[in-house]
Write a new protein. Structure first.
Ligand SMILES: Cc1ncc(COP(=O)(O)O)c(C=O)c1O
Ligand SMILES: [Zn+2]
Length: 388
């Protein structure tokens, strides 16, 4: 076990490892896990990875669980990084990739966060977990909680894709549908958690989902033979994957695996809910709540993200940007990606393509750049988006 402590991402206050934590009690911002990376690097070597399991627990030394028996796994991570030759050729690019996260358990990248969060909850003796969700996080929490024999209490907007609702019910969760947005669901969890004895696993309001998600960054480097691409295009709601990758890059540099070069981190949102894009354009460090948030890409319907400053810091430090695309553009892009590459992608993942097109047109990205698009989920879970 290499965790030394937890640390507030905003004010730096330190917290003990192996205790239950939500937000920083000093300033209300997210906590991040810190490791003794020198110690981790003694056994976690590039060489050692050659023979490790094809899941995200291959990076065991930089993951927070102390005892192996507490790991709750469904085979998550180590998803393919697919070269998108045909799609790239249509854009004049020859080094375009798609990280296909739809191949995770419960068909989205949310499995990465939940395997870590539920394993830690189990290790720390939690029995009841609660989460507000746009859909995929709920499905993943339900599955991992069931696997661990824990209770899952799910709060989702009533108009969440049907597949997400049904998968939660079929994996034994207690499901509450609410009139409102994910922020309203989060407020409901906040109001009831104490009386009900629930542990709140809202993204970044507990410190371990981001640890699971950071493995996206480790995998990317390993799959590109310990280099990083020129740009990463990431569909951003709460931003946990982007924040996690950014953290992973620093950890890998500290372990001597990569140098100081970073990809340009590019956030994509829907024009119907683009708080990060707006804050980026206005030069703000924190994003105001986006009014009347609406998009068919349900995972992007996050009007206010607790990790907003971490997303914006990473985008700016990397020389990246934030782009919004219309729902029409992203729905159209699912057909283009599907026909070119054989992937039925989630609308969130599809949003990366029109964003890439805009950035190529503006010469922000060059056709010769190596670019990775993140397909964060499976199109098959969004039949309403494609048929209505
Ligand atoms: C398929 C999909 N893509 C992207 C997102 C946004 O992810 P993040 O909250 O890490 O920004 C979500 C979140 O629900 C999602 O389900
Ligand atoms: Zn703090």
């Amino acid at each position: 076990m290499n965790v030394t402590h937890l640390e507030c991402a905003a004010c730096g206050t330190q917290y003990a490892a192996q205790r239950l934590h939500n937000l920083c009690v000093e300033c209300g911002k997210p906590l991040l896990v810190r490791y003794d990376l020198e110690k981790a690097a003694r056994t976690l070597t590039k060489e050692s990875l050659r023979t490790r399991a094809a899941d995200l627990w291959r990076y065991r030394e930089v993951l927070p669980v102390e005892s192996d028996e507490n790991i709750v796994s469904l085979g998550e991570g180590w998803t393919p990084l697919l070269r998108a030759e045909r799609l790239g050729a249509g854009l004049g690019m020859n080094s375009l990739f798609i990280k296909d996260e739809s191949q995770n358990p419960t068909q989205s990248f949310k499995a990465r966060g939940m395997t870590a969060a539920v394993s830690m909850a189990k290790e720390l003796g939690v029995r009841k977990l609660a989460v507000p969700s746009a859909g995929n996080a709920a499905g993943a929490l339900s599955a991992y909680a069931a696997r661990a024999g824990l209770e899952a209490h799910i709060f989702m907007p009533r108009d969440t894709p049907r597949a997400n609702i049904i998968e939660c019910e079929k994996t034994g969760a207690h499901v509450t549908l609410m009139d409102g947005l994910i922020t309203d669901c989060g407020a409901e969890v906040g109001r009831r958690k104490e009386a009900e004895g629930w542990f709140d696993v809202s993204t970044l309001k507990e410190p371990y989902r981001v640890e699971g998600k950071k493995t996206l960054g480790y995998e990317l480097a390993e799959q590109l033979d310990w280099t990083l691409p020129d740009a990463i295009i990431y569909p951003t709601g709460g931003g946990t994957g982007l924040i996690g990758m950014w953290k992973a890059f620093d950890e890998m540099q500290a372990m001597g695996w990569i140098g100081a070069k970073r990809p340009r981190m590019i956030s994509v949102q829907s024009t119907g809910c683009a708080p990060i894009v707006r804050a980026f354009e206005e030069g703000k460090r924190f994003a105001d709540e986006f009014p009347n948030a609406a998009t068919t890409a349900s995972g992007l319907r996050v009007p206010k993200a607790i990790g907003d400053f971490l997303i914006l810091d990473a985008i700016r430090a990397s020389g990246g940007t934030a782009v919004s695309v219309t729902d029409e553009e992203l729905i159209h892009a699912t057909g283009e990606i599907g026909a070119a590459e054989g992937l039925f992608v989630a609308p969130e993942g599809a949003a990366c393509l029109p964003a890439l097109r805009k950035l190529l047109a503006e010469n922000f990205i060059n056709a010769s750049d190596q670019v990775v698009l993140f397909n964060t989920g499976a199109g098959v879970k969004y039949l309403e988006s494609y048929t209505e």
